[in-house]
Design a protein around this ligand. Structure first.
Ligand code: HEM
Length: 303
């Protein structure tokens, strides 16, 4: 059954009662409520446009606004869970590119019905989760991934995945589907159970902001290219490891503009995963195409 965008956002963010919504009362609930903003720049790979035709990446240094967050609607969530999220605004001279990413390469739903069901069931606790494991293979695959994923020691020591597919224009004016992958230049570093037990519930923000005073947090950004028969429009289906990757450039988070108010308050705005420069377009993935309307609905509620 078709769900409205209001129903979908209710399921993600928590449900305001109908009376208060109709009275126009603002509901401040939002997903990824716990997070913080910082800044840096993007350094494109000067060789990228030997392969692709994306003029945006011909600039040499592009301002970045970053928000790092935890999953869920609790602004006081513990950092000891395994989910890590990174959102970026890359603001060029003429065009802009946003990324809204997670540390899980595999998404838990391939269509909006399953997405809605997942959101409703996980909020019912262990019984709802068991129902998903028994009835929804995509949700089960996601839970299996998360179960074996130790929490990373730092936002800077985690990879991030765009999950959804985008269409990239090549130098020869062909279109190739691809997916964004950010790999931490400092490597992946996970916490042991012993290390985790010694940490307070809040450590990720301070760790990153202290780290970047000494050395930047850096990721190499790749596009993983699809081959014929790879599933483009379903983020629950992973592509084989050996697919070709193009190096797009480096994200360098050094806090260089952290005293600016637009950086400090970046969590008040939205990150739009389909804000793309010339040469990149969204795929037909129904999950991707629901995201911006959902983010706008959520934004309006918390204005
Ligand atoms: C049907 C698909 C999806 C829906 C309906 C949805 C819904 C939402 C909503 C309602 C918010 C709060 C927006 C705000 O108030 O600013 C949000 C934020 C977010 N979502 Fe999604 N989401 C979807 C898919 C995804 C996927 C595939 C990813 C990761 C690849 C993702 C990662 C995030 C992140 C990182 C944020 C926080 C953005 C920030 O830092 O401000 N979401 N999502």
């Amino acid at each position: 059954s078709e769900k409205t965008m209001q129903e979908i956002v209710d399921a993600v963010n928590g449900t305001p009662d109908m009376a208060s919504r109709e009275a126009g009362k603002k509901v401040k609930l939002r997903n990824h409520a716990k997070g913080f903003c910082t800044s840096g720049y993007f350094a494109p790979n000067p060789k990228l446009n030997d392969e692709l035709a994306i003029p945006f990446f011909d600039q040499s240094k592009i301002n970045v606004t970053a928000r790092f967050s935890m999953g869920g609607t609790n602004p006081n969530a513990s950092d000891k869970t395994a989910g890590r999220f990174m959102s970026l605004k890359i603001d060029g001279d003429k065009e802009n590119l946003n990324f809204v990413t997670t540390n899980s390469p595999v998404f838990f739903a391939g269509n909006l019905d399953d997405f809605f069901t997942f959101q409703v069931k996980v909020k019912q606790g262990p019984e709802g989760k068991q129902w998903l494991i028994d009835n929804k293979p995509d949700a089960k695959a996601f839970f299996d991934f998360v179960k074996q994923l130790p929490p990373s020691a730092s936002f800077a020591n985690s990879p991030y995945f765009g999950v959804n597919s985008f269409l990239f224009t090549t130098k020869n004016n062909d279109i190739v589907p691809g997916r964004w992958i950010f790999e931490p230049a400092d490597g992946v570093v996970n916490l042991s159970q012993v290390q985790l037990a010694e940490l307070p519930d809040d450590f990720l923000k301070e760790e990153l902001l202290t780290r970047i005073k000494h050395e930047p947090a850096v990721w190499n950004l790749f596009i993983k290219l699809a081959e014929k028969d790879d599933e483009i429009n379903n983020p629950t289906v992973l592509w084989p490891e050996d697919r070709q990757r193009l190096l797009v450039g480096q994200v360098i988070i050094n806090g260089e503009r952290d005293n600016e108010s637009t950086i400090q308050t970046c969590g008040n705005s939205i990150f739009n995963p389909v804000l793309l420069p010339k040469g990149i377009t969204p795929s037909a993935d129904p999950i991707l195409n629901a995201r911006t309307p959902a983010y706008i609905e959520s934004f309006i509620r918390r204005l």
